[in-house]
Design a binder for this molecule. Sequence first.
Ligand code: TNX
Length: 763
Amino acid sequence: MIKLFTSRIFFSCILLCLFITVIAKAQVKEEGIIPRPVEMIKTNEVFTFTKSITIGTGAGISADNLTFFSAYFKSVAGYSLPLNHNINASVYLTIDSGSITQPEGYKLLVTAKQIKIVGHDEAGVFYGLQSMTQLLKATNGKVTVQGCTVTDYPRFAYRGMHLDVSRHFFKPEAIKKWIDLLALYKINTFHWHLTDDQGWRIEIKKYPLLQSISAYRDETIIGHKKDSPHKFDGQRYGGYYTQDEVKEIVKYATQRHITVIPEIEMPGHALAALAAYPQLGCTGGPYKAATYWGIFDDVYCAGNDETFTFLQNVMDEVLPLFPSKYIHIGGDECPKTKWKTCPKCQKRIRDEHLKDEKELQSYFIGRMEKYLNSKGRQIIGWDEILEGGLTPGATVMSWTGEEGGIAAAKQHHDAIMTPEKYVYLDYYQSLSPAEPLAGGGYTPLSKVYNYEPITNELSGDEAKYIKGVQANAWSEYMASPAQAERQLFPRMLALAEVAWSPKENKNYPDFLKRLRYQQPLLKKLNINAADVFDEITDSVTETADHQVALSLQTTLPGSKIYFTNDGSTPGLNSKAYTDAITIASSGTIKAAVFSSGKQQGRTYEKSFNIHKAIGKTVTLKNHPQGGFNPGNTFGLVNGIFGSKLYNDGQWYGFSGDDLEAVVDLGSAQSVSQLGINILKYHWQKMWEPTLLTFEVSTDGSNYTEVYRQTDFPDNGINAVRANIKTQQARYIRVKATNKGIIPPGEYIPGAKAWMMVDEIVVN
Ligand code: TNX
């Protein structure tokens, strides 16, 4: 009896185990789709395409929906699928808003017999097709799709991608190619930045000089804007989209369920327009389209009614081309310098009872908003439109940080999150010195991926005002489509997942698996995607005994890191990396990732300068700020010198404030050299101190000055190394006086200067 009972249990256990294995097998999460669907259950069936297979659509689905899929299918399979409006078609698309309740949602059912896509709406059907496109597999001439059931709908209604075509112009074919890619990854909004200081790119028939003058600049800066003196290529550069081309692109996007939002910048970033119509600026000019990157003092005159007439007339031609509910009117980075001394602007301030130039900016935006509202449109503006009060009905695009979006949501205004720290794709994606020139920040793929648009500061009710998220592609350092693609891909795919996938489904390693799976697809579509996301990244920490420890990571599965510390090239015979490396003496660590016996990607390199202050306590009087606050003081004494890229997390930046740092060596020691690195890039608002002093003390209260310096001649890193009389000291005090306000005639006069310092060296 007992025996029987046990064997019964045993038998049921076996059955249960078998059952669980079958379920587990059947429910393996598919690794193919980006953005990751709400739910995907994979089965063991496979659908195989043959030449006799037809594709059928139910009512309400236009043939447009199929264009992208059909073209891609043909490129993969070598033949086209004929259309057949029969419900028995092997690939059948239909709308059922009753069973699929979420807008843009869909269900994709793949069995051996049929592929069925049911969408809430046409967009849903379209997104089902995009998912299926990503699942197409071609092996030995056979095209198949893995059996599965996908249930899917978006997290955010606004899923945006921006492109700046002013700094560099991209031909309509390139724009269309990217629109296809946006669609493939379920991004539904294309924010087209059409005007800026360096070029006006949309035909306005009433103002022909916008085409002949504003669309062109005399030449273009070579290299980074922080370089000094600026060098230029001497080549006239420009172009614009005719209204017919714009119509064509908007239509192309609409067919792919993408809304195009045009941006016409005002009141700042207006030099190109002023070059043609100088009467619209405060001084009357002459002006020229900018030939380098940055912010320019000459903006539209807010006191001149002709400015508004001009902009309204421009809008009268823009609106019919763009059916979007929203029109973006810029609003960012508008210096008030010219308005302050412009009689017309000052009169406007008085007449309208405005407090200051910030309110004049609100007046400007508000006046244009009223006009656009009267035409049935809503405005979007960059977060500076919050300055001087938000106009009713405006949507804020939060770029300088998340604060703008949070403030807008708290005021019950819609907001779109696009903080530069996380989603600026013009920033570096790798800190490798071999990386092509980019903007100043550092936004690796993982950072984009891990961005969460709904911050804790927002209550559930306020969070509803966050309509979505967008990544921005400013094109200063993207001169060609290939360069732009390298910046945009794969980071745009990470953005797509932030925008679409449920928060709970997000998982970076899982995303990387799916991203690797997408590589052949991106290749097939001829996209010059960057392939650096598995490169070595590092973290530098302080050990318990105050030494420097270097940890290395790679996300490439099944790989190993090998490294050297003698300057030689790492190979399979070098030391295998296992644990953090303690850096006891000066030198360079070189490391590389190896898999299947081969080096993968570029060689990593980091130099250390070990000196007496390493790991010692540093006390700062003022806190470093913004993106230049590493969050601790260890970075000032970690043996690593900040690089010229200024984005490596080593630099401590003080905006308008002075530096006063005291290093406590723990005991009196013999000291003969004191040093600090200063980063000077006036074109980046980074100024050298007006005075730097080193003082020493044995007791921490009586200091003796041992060195002072007022000249820092180099554009870039000024490495101060002061050889002093050898003496005993326990405390080192470093004082550096900030330039304060940037003087007239310099880049961004009137703004606070950044003073950038790194590594206090004691020998
Ligand atoms: C700031 S983001 C800008 C752009 C630049 C960008 C470079 C924004 C609204 N304005 O004009 O291209 O930085 O990263």
